[in-house]
Design a protein around this ligand. Sequence first.
Ligand code: ZN
Length: 307
Amino acid sequence: MKGIMYHYVRENEAEFPFFKHLHIEDFAKQLDYFQETFGFVSEQGFLEALQTGVPPKGVVLTFDDGVKDHYKYVYPLLKERGIPGVFYVPTFMFEGKMLDVHRIHLLLGKYDSKLMYDKLVGLVTEDMLTDNNIEAFKQATYTKQQNDDYTLAFKRTLNYTIGYAHRTAVIDKLMQEFFPDEEELKQSFYVTPEELREMKDGGMIIGSHSKNHYVMSKLNREEQIEEIADSFAVLEAQTGGLPYRTFCYPYGGAHTFTPETEQLLTDHGCLYSFNVEARDVEANDLLHRKQALPRWDCNAFPFGQCR
Ligand SMILES: [Zn+2]
């Protein structure tokens, strides 16, 4: 059995000419490929495998981050073909602001990366830099050649050079200038409760991707419980109840959760959880590591790359 992970799947949208995503046509081709090569695991087949420990042959599709793409483009295609998808939603989106990483994708998706990088550099002040990276930051300003260089430098500056302490405030400033109505943007970027409910009624599986999309292993026990319990409670309230609980770790690498996290998920009635270890689901996973099921990135298979 293979779990497959997707994030953005959409058409090219004129408003976001630089947005990095899997094109919906390639997604459809990949569905054909999976159908011919492995087949799809039914929801019932998956649930039974968790009992028997016998991995069924086929593919399980999973979609992270609760982005509108999943309702607008993915869901109609899966419904038409009768394929169940598992959609992992971080519940901050029903309450708070947009995730910084998503705001970065939108800024770079809509505007030229050199423009964005120059704007960003203009917002970085010396107090945001440590002694170690002042020189590197100044040097970096003069070495850009191509569009991708600016994209990389933009992300690197926000994620590493100025660090978390200043990141959100700087992105806030960029958003005020380039996306002044962030609340409206948020509505068009994430799935709404009504859409989730429709997807659930249409045979899709809705799971938790935590509340705040933090690295779980960096949280203490109480904070982890809050991320798990709150997110499931919100999802259940917003969708009118879920038939069972499933979870997917933010970021999902081996060090982003611990045995304690897995135990807490089991304690909270979660049937299974996915991480991002790139391999097939084996009998041992189904029997003994239900809260750490591996899955492949879609780009490991034909038609799964961004254009
Ligand atoms: Zn995520």
